[in-house]
Design a protein around this ligand. Sequence first.
Ligand SMILES: Cc1cc2nc3c(=O)[nH]c(=O)nc-3n(C[C@H](O)[C@H](O)[C@H](O)COP(=O)(O)OP(=O)(O)OC[C@H]3O[C@@H](n4cnc5c(N)ncnc54)[C@H](O)[C@@H]3O)c2cc1C
Length: 400
Amino acid sequence: MTTEQPRFEEEDAVGLPVVPASAETYDSEADVIVAARHVADNVLRPNAEDVDTAKGPRKENFEALAQAGLLGLAVPRKFGGLDVSGVTQRQVTEILASACGATTFIQAQHHGPCRMIAACQSELLKTTLLPRLATGQLMCAISFAHLRRIGTPVLAATRVDGGYLLNGTTPWVTGWGIMNQVVFGATLPDDRFVYVWVPGNREDFPQLFQHIRPYNGKWGSLVASDPLKLAVMNSTSTVELTCTDLYVPDDYVLSFSDRETMQRNDRNGVLGAAAMPIGCAAGSISLLCDIAVKRNIPAISRSAELLAQELTDLRRTAYDFKPGVTGTQQDAINLRAHLIQFAMRAAHAAVAASSGAAIYANNPAQRLLREAMFYTVQAQTREVMDSLLTLLEPNSKTDD
Ligand SMILES: Cc1cc2nc3c(=O)[nH]c(=O)nc-3n(C[C@H](O)[C@H](O)[C@H](O)COP(=O)(O)OP(=O)(O)OC[C@H]3O[C@@H](n4cnc5c(N)ncnc54)[C@H](O)[C@@H]3O)c2cc1C
């Protein structure tokens, strides 16, 4: 970035451009996809190895995403977002994931909270946050995967006068630092779930707190761990967040849910997580093609060709999947497992074709293989785990 790049407002928490693209910038969603490809090819992919070994998110990547309006994909247009269709969002995710897994995962975590805030009852929260979440001036983290765990709640919510007290340590919160707020899922005493919005520092949002008095005069605390040391996605600033009697006023309760609804949504949306492994596989195959040009070894071009054909088929099957029409719910779960295995295979092929050089820490093939490993567990449900382990059994029947 040069000094001619967009200027940031002093109070801009994450230092992102103030005047990014908006819905008016684009004639159609096809143009949004073109913009995503431009960012992936020109900003994300050339820096992916540096990002892989960096201590935290690369600010320039997020500036580029914000400038293209891509951090507002899930924000309604009336709040300055692009509000694109699910199909476009999936394509954008795939394109970004083919270039840089860490950046893709961080930006992906931001879209869910944007949607949840847009659907909440509080006009104050919506009008205060959404325009800045759309432009990338602010980014929001999400912490809810722990709700899938069985047994003692990871994060408990207790009803008190005017709101809830949160207690517990949530295990995975990606993007902390570049994100200065989080949507938590917490478990109520009757086992239902409550989703709440919480700022990292209330002082950053005076307009949201000047009219609220804390419970018994105390706000409680929210403490972040140091970034977790990870084998992949290490630069995503993934932390644990510990809440101790953290008071969340009713105004910032977004919604309620329960385990059955979450399980139903997990099943219905099992292919929602397909775009990242598909993008990772596409990145590996593209790398394989590059290697095939440089090394005149017939097996590499053959592998690239066969994997590219398989990618086309799997992508079509996954994106056209209609539960009850093109297959059963179990077929969708098996397809997700198959995509995870495919991303691993494609990256593994890129490693094999790179020979010893694959083991250099800055080699893209090994990065893609580790990213595929991450997609093995990301948004994992017990059913996805079951299906993948079955697929990996010797003589697996789901591997037909
Ligand atoms: C680098 C990284 C970043 C992440 N970032 C985020 C984030 O920003 N926000 C977020 O919400 N999540 C995040 N996650 C969580 C991620 O989605 C989880 O890895 C995934 O949901 C699996 O959860 P888990 O590893 O905690 O496993 P678990 O929850 O322990 O297990 C996974 C599944 O198996 C089931 N299960 C486990 N044990 C049993 C049992 N004995 N009987 C029956 N079922 C069982 C669980 O119910 C669950 O459905 C991140 C993970 C990683 C690795």
